[in-house]
Design a protein around this ligand. Sequence first.
Ligand SMILES: [Zn+2]
Length: 1007
Amino acid sequence: MARIGRLAFLAIAVVFHMIYSMSIFDVYFVSPIVSGMEAFRVEVAKAPAKRLVLYVGDGLRADKTFQYFPDPSASSHDVSTQEPAPLAPFLRSRVLEHGTFGVSHTRVPTESRPGHVAMIAGLYEDVSAVMTGWKLNPVNFDSVFNRSSHTWSWGSPDILPMFSTGAVPGRVEDATYGHEFEDFSKDALELDIWVFDRVKQLFKDAETDAELNAKLRKDKIVFFLHLLGLDTTGHAYRPYSKEYLQNIQLVDKGVQEITELIDDFYDDGETAYVFTADHGMSDWGSHGDGHPDNTRTPLIAWGSGVAKPVTVRNGIAPGHEDKFSNDWHLDHVQRHDVAQADVAALMAYLAGLQFPVNSVGELPLPYLATSDKEKARALLVNARQILEMYRVKEAHKMETVVHYKPYAGFADAEHSTEHRLEIIEKAIGDGQYIEAIVMSHNLIKLGLQGLRYLQTYDWLFLRALVTLGYVGWIAFAFTTAVDAYMLDGKVEASRSTISIIAFGSVLVALYSYLFVSSSPPTYYAYGIFPVMFWEEVFVRRRALVEAKNKLSSKLSKQDAVKLLLNLLAYIGILEVMVQSYYHREIYTIAYLLAVTWPAFYGMAFVRKNWTLCLTWALSCTAMSVFTLLPANKVEDSNLILLGGSLILLIGVLYIVFEKSLLVQAAPAREGMGANKADGLSRALIGVQVGLVALAMVVTRSSVTSLQAKQGLPLGTQVVGWVTLVASLVVPFLHAFSPNDNYLHRLVIIFLAFGPLFIILTISYEGLFYFAIATTLVSWVRLENRISQAASTSNPTPNGQPLASELQNPLKPAIAAAKHREAALQSGDFRALTLSDARICLFFLFLLQSAFFSTGNIASVSSFSLDAVYRLIPVFDPFSQGALLLLKLLAPFALVSANLGILTNRLKLRGGSLFAVVMGIGDYLTLRFFWEVRDEGSWLDIGESISMFVIASGLCIFVAVLEALSETFVRGVRFDGGPVSTGAVHSNGGLNGAAKGSGAKSKGDKSR
Ligand SMILES: [Zn+2]
């Protein structure tokens, strides 16, 4: 293999990170669905209920269901309605007099689909299923509906089809409204009214339709009412809003009407009712992560077969220990919490259905109105059903694994599942029901642990493989950087037949093992990267040795110690970055420390560049504020306009002072400032500034009408889109009037993303955009002044940089700058030196802070959808998510443009800094890979996944940014330096002398 080109390197970076970021799904989140199980049913003479009604209030939080509020529907002047009262009096009456209640704890991701799957199918879907199909099923699974004789369902087209399509044909009937009906800006109560009306219509039709009437009177039927209104109002107005509370009132009234209607229709008292929610809703109107507000949903069951409330006369009844329900005024009623999958088992039991075969739910016995004997029998069946899953999975594992090691809990005859089941049967026969219940409960637990054991069977092997891959990538990236940017590609690879055979046989052995274990195709992909990377590192070991010699020949012992200390400091900084994922405040401290950075170059330097140092200090201070603000923002049109005004101000100031600024920026070359600041260029900047102003006007108008719930006027929406598109297109027109000054280029890029930021801003993000832009520009200018200061203070710029920079680790840039100046004069590219690692760390830091300053890592859902409704008012997760992503990425464009300019300015070959960044960035990825959790607190799980995904996403992103920065800085001239031309880029290839295909295509492209 010839030395790879720069583009090839980027391509490998992207492909590797994409494939490896999927690895957590193979390691941690493997689908629990298997097939081939026998179905089990609790055999009783008569089922507890003839039919079951399931109400799901999509996005209903447990506390809001029960807390007291002043009547949200009444006018605020009416004093009599200010007295707090329950919002759902009917549901409350079920809890107080008729049934059993508790909190149903859901798992992450707290989204509608996994929530419904858990409560209706009894299984916790793996996260990857959610990634591959937000709406449609990748796999068919069994469900309570599928076990019914017939199910009628009404609700959202996003939810119902996943239960009807996988079921026995004709068994599950669904009636859905159209997607366009889910218009976020309108009143979402309509969604629930639609469902209630349809149900009423069905029973009305039955009066005249004899066939339907007969069908409705069959046993084992299920009605499912999916009430999406709450989710929609929760997103749009947040759970404390009067809209959300009013929606609860409406749902309660609807549930009451339907319950009474059904009771009247059958008039046999043989209907069981379950009311619950798929997930909760956070205070800022989102869900998805493991915040308790998202995972705690209400569960109320009543009707035939359901136990009546257990109350205490004095004090607090059991179940309220967590104090969560303190303000529900239900202290005297016993609360029975369940895991969400338990709801499926409960429903199957109540309607006399078989348990769904993949269900991991445990029957919540306190909900059953039956004798201990029946409870013991039912739970035993439940245990059998879960052990059946274990049996099938274990058989499957035994077939595929070379040396299967059975689960210790069931390993010998004494502890086998059959033996344990016999003991429980005997206890029931002997009338020891309570003992039998305890044993069944323990057996279920053990069975679930056994399933867990099988689920994590491959972990050690897979995690080792993935770690080898990441470490291999880091080694590969550094080898590439050393080889191409430090040694200028002078050391040839020493690939021999023996090395090819050796690495080839490793791959063959690995693949054979994967084949014998019937591994999924992705495993093969995980396997090839470590072998490939390590092979490349191995054959380039001479380059590494060479680099080491180059270093050590100039190193005294003292220097070596300093080098080591430097490296340790860099790793320390990386570790700080890891911690910053957990504590955003670290950015605040880091920015405040950064204020003092220029002082390390001496007071004389600060005095000479005091305006620049002041700008740097002010912008760093401004940046330090954002990570102290709450990440969960509330819409604030004043802040939006303030941020917009600052962006506008920069544009206007630039137009006014353009000439003098450009003169200032080019002090080294007289007369260069008075360059082509011609009419067209000024006019285009003017248009860009105008678009920023327009964006402010249109955003203000859409915020006003959305807040007033008048929907989004079509005109406003169109103007918003036109502004957005125009702001991204107009900058390209600058090609007709090129101005190669770097400041000019940065202003264009800054203004290009300005309108996008204003339109999609919720509160302070506009201010952040302004602050990070000034920080970046001051950084680039400071680096420039530092190298200028170094070159004037040291008139002989031919010194070897490495030794001197090591003598004072705090001044590496000055040392490196000497060499840079030499390179500048000769027009060469300088080699990468150790001090550039500091620039890479700065870059990585700015990159991460661009991400964390406006969002909270703990919940990706903190990136609220609020702003996106201004452009797309109808729920459409993919387009809305794409827009949101665009907004998140806009600051990165600034960061990358600045690094591109810096690379250019520092006379480094394009891509050299990026290669190092990509290497060190994966330190974070690997750290977070091992931190991923698939059990424990659901908050931790969600967080751990987000961190890994973000860290590895950033690595992919750096690769994309490099390509971007190439475009951004093409032809840019930096403060009197020569114009960066196509020739620069063709030299910028990894091959040094532009002999690789990647380098060539770069050179061609820039022409
Ligand atoms: Zn939702």
